[in-house]
Design a binder for this molecule. Structure first.
Ligand code: ADP
Ligand code: DP6
Length: 324
């Protein structure tokens, strides 16, 4: 029996990853940059045993059906190949984050799976190698290996596509992110399918690709200068551009719901009243509001006038992968 356990935190991209240039290796079309957060995470244990005939995957206490298990199995194959073993595994995972709701369960889930497998098979991967491996499970997972601000270099092949921490002189500790949970049910269009459809069909996709590098450069300069206003403005603009591409896909789709628009409007009106905050959204209707940590109580209170308390979760910068 070979066992390993790990915890990984979710990350939310400030400059989004949206589109692949290689589906099999999960190589993205553009570099992305995220903030790892402390409020949502996944804990996973993996045990390989000669007694097992097949891989099994238990998520939140429920044995998963074949499609979800096959995805985990394909990922385990990569680690088995690296370790030179045929052993099957039992994977038990708990998401302290709603699954497939645009709250980045794929990032924490696949990062935790990669790290637990690394420990179970004694691969002794460096964080960089772990980031490469996690990327094969889900692109955004490569960023959850590290804490704080993290950039994913798109690279050109398996070796060169990986994440690394972005030096920030602890700027991330001045920040907070308020999660506005509009809907935590599984979404209709997964990020994988949504980005595939967008790359293949959206008339706006070239515009996205053209502007993402400049957004990234602006955001990195803002981190270096601890310039919250530029950080927020760039985050919000980049997220809106990503979501604009989905409207021009064939068939068109959107992750926004009426309540998402209500949250976005509140951010704009808070800003107009002098309370600086900015929003971003991922592949789901939930809205994430970036603000200075010193303003978080006021901003949360403003949201509490519209959204019930259980729908509001404050997060701060979180750590990288943890073994336990
Ligand atoms: P999200 O917005 O939550 O990241 P996605 O649709 O991008 O939603 O990804 C959800 C997928 O991530 C799931 O269908 C599953 O394949 C994978 N996933 C989520 N949690 C875990 C986990 N704990 N372990 C392994 N894979 C997971
Ligand atoms: C909108 O990493 O979930 O959250 O690589 O296909 O598993 P796959 O996709 P995933 O996509 C995340 C998309 C996003 C933006 C981001 O996190 O950068």
């Amino acid at each position: 029996m070979h066992e390993g356990q790990a915890r990984a935190y979710t990350n939310i991209a400030l400059i989004k990853y949206w589109g692949k240039k290689n589906e099999e290796l999960i190589l993205p079309m553009n570099n992305s940059l995220s903030l790892t957060l402390d409020a949502f995470y996944t804990e996973t244990s993996v045990s390989f045993s000669s007694q097992l005939q097949a891989d099994t995957f238990v998520l939140d206490g429920k044995l998963q059906e074949s499609a979800a298990t096959a995805k985990v199995s394909r990922f385990l194959d990569l680690a088995r190949e690296a370790a030179g073993t045929q052993l099957r595994a039992t994977v038990k995972s708990t998401n302290f984050v709603p699954t497939a709701a645009g709250l980045a369960s794929s990032a924490s889930g696949m990062a935790a799976l990669a790290a637990a497998t690394n420990a179970a098979l004694g691969l002794e991967l460096s964080d960089s190698d772990l980031s490469r491996l996690a990327r094969r499970g889900s692109g955004s997972a490569c960023r959850s290996i590290f804490g704080g601000f993290v950039e994913w270099e798109q690279g050109e092949d398996d070796q060169t596509s990986l994440a690394h921490p972005v030096a920030s002189d602890s700027f991330e500790d001045d920040l907070a992110m308020l999660f506005v949970l509009i809907n935590d049910k599984q979404k209709d269009v997964s990020s994988r399918d949504g980005m595939r459809r967008t790359v293949a069909t959206s008339a706006f996709y070239p515009g996205w690709l053209q502007s993402a590098p400049q957004d990234l450069a602006t955001l990195k300069a803002a981190i270096a200068q601890k310039d919250f206003t530029t950080l927020g403005e760039t985050t919000e603009a980049n997220g809106l551009k990503m979501h604009a591409t989905t409207l021009a896909a064939v068939p068109p789709f959107t992750y926004w719901s009426p309540q998402s628009l209500v949250a976005m409007d509140l951010v704009r009106s808070l800003r107009a009243r002098g309370s600086e905050c900015y929003f971003t959204m991922d592949a789901g209707p939930n809205v994430k509001v970036l603000c200075r940590r010193q303003d978080e109580a006021f901003i949360k209170a403003a949201f509490a006038e519209i959204f019930t308390p259980e729908r509001l979760i404050l997060a701060h910068a979180g750590p990288g992968i943890q073994y336990f």
